[in-house]
Write a protein that binds this ligand. Structure first.
Ligand SMILES: [Zn+2]
Ligand SMILES: [Zn+2]
Ligand SMILES: [Zn+2]
Ligand SMILES: [Zn+2]
Length: 137
C-alpha cells in the first residue's frame, strides 16, 4: 500500500520536507536553514533568510505594522516603489502582490542603463544611482 503523503509539511518556497520550521510572520512551513548562510556572502540560498529579509510579509511583521501586508499603506511608504514591488512579488513570497503598482525603472546616472534594484549590484549617492559597472571602487 502506498504511504499517505498528503499532509507532510513541506517548505512553501522550495518544497523540501526535511528540517522545517515555521515563519513567525505568516506561520508557513519553511526550511530551517539560516545556519547555512555564510556571513557577508550575500548568497541567497537560505529559504528562511530570503523570506525574512526580502519580502514585505516579513518586513511588515518585523516593523510591527497592523493588518495584512498586501493592503498596508505603511509598507508602501517605507519603500521605493520598485523595492516594494520586488519585495512583494519575488520568489521568496508564499503569496504575491496581485496588482503591484507601476514604477519607472531606475537608471544609472552615468551610463543610463536600467538597474534592477532587487537583483543587481548598485551604489547610491544622494539622489543618484550608479550601476555595478559605473561604481568607482
Ligand atoms: Zn526551502
Ligand atoms: Zn511571512
Ligand atoms: Zn506594513
Ligand atoms: Zn552605469
Amino acid at each position: 500500500m502506498k504511504k499517505e503523503i498528503k499532509n507532510v509539511p513541506r517548505c512553501g518556497l522550495c518544497g523540501k520536507t526535511t528540517k522545517l520550521t515555521k515563519t513567525e510572520c505568516c506561520n508557513q512551513w519553511i526550511c530551517d536553514d539560516e545556519g547555512k548562510y555564510v556571513l557577508f556572502s550575500y548568497a541567497k540560498n537560505s529559504c528562511f533568510r530570503n523570506h525574512n529579509r526580502y519580502t514585505l510579509c516579513a518586513c511588515h511583521f518585523n516593523e510591527g505594522h497592523s493588518g495584512n501586508w498586501k493592503t498596508c499603506s505603511k509598507c508602501k511608504e517605507d519603500f521605493e516603489t520598485e523595492m516594494y514591488v520586488y519585495y512583494g512579488t519575488n520568489e521568496y513570497n508564499f503569496e504575491k502582490l496581485k496588482n503591484p503598482p507601476k514604477y519607472k525603472p531606475t537608471r544609472c546616472s552615468k551610463c543610463n542603463s536600467i538597474i534592477n534594484l532587487g537583483e543587481d549590484g548598485y551604489s547610491m549617492q544622494g539622489e543618484n544611482y550608479y550601476c555595478y559597472n559605473c561604481i568607482d571602487f
